[in-house]
Design a protein around this ligand. Structure first.
Ligand code: SF4
Length: 143
């Protein structure tokens, strides 16, 4: 089975600060599954490192007030293409991210507050029938 996974959870340095969010228990799944890494922000043409962004009123705005919504949409569409090309029915995406978060995301004030909502990519994948899990809850469904 192919599973789409946020690249940063696999230890790839694609996070805004040039680091990663390695989650050993997610990476360990590669023993039993074919993991397909994606970083929607990189797929959308953004560089690493980059100024962090958050979702604010249906737009994605960087901490220095640039509108990067187009990059986020481009990355989401590319992630959906990759999911479809690889018949991924499940995605394990990094929680809280403006791209990858599902159910809760940062509130747009860059103060670590969370609000209900989905990241741009997680939302598009979900609306196309893909089950969205994160690094904290995937083990309830994948072993
Ligand atoms: S966009 Fe997703 S995969 Fe890329 S660094 Fe952010 S959380 Fe990780």
């Amino acid at each position: 089975m192919n599973i789409l996974v946020s690249s940063c959870l696999l230890g790839i340095n694609c996070k805004y600060n040039g680091k990663n969010n390695l989650c050993p228990s997610v990476k360990n799944l590669e023993k039993n599954y074919h993991l397909i890494p994606i970083c929607p922000e990189v797929l959308g043409g953004l560089k690493t490192p980059r100024v962090p962004s958050e979702v604010r009123q249906n737009k994605v705005i960087t901490k220095n007030n640039l509108d990067v919504t187009k990059n986020f949409i481009k990355g989401a569409l590319r992630a959906l293409d990759i999911a479809n090309e690889n018949q991924c029915e499940i995605a394990i995406l990094k929680s809280n991210s403006p791209s990858c978060g599902f159910g809760k995301i940062y509130d747009g004030t860059f103060s670590s507050n969370l609000v209900g909502g989905n990241g741009i990519t997680a939302d598009l994948l979900y609306k196309n029938g893909i089950v969205i899990l994160n690094e904290n809850n995937f083990s309830e469904q994948i072993h």
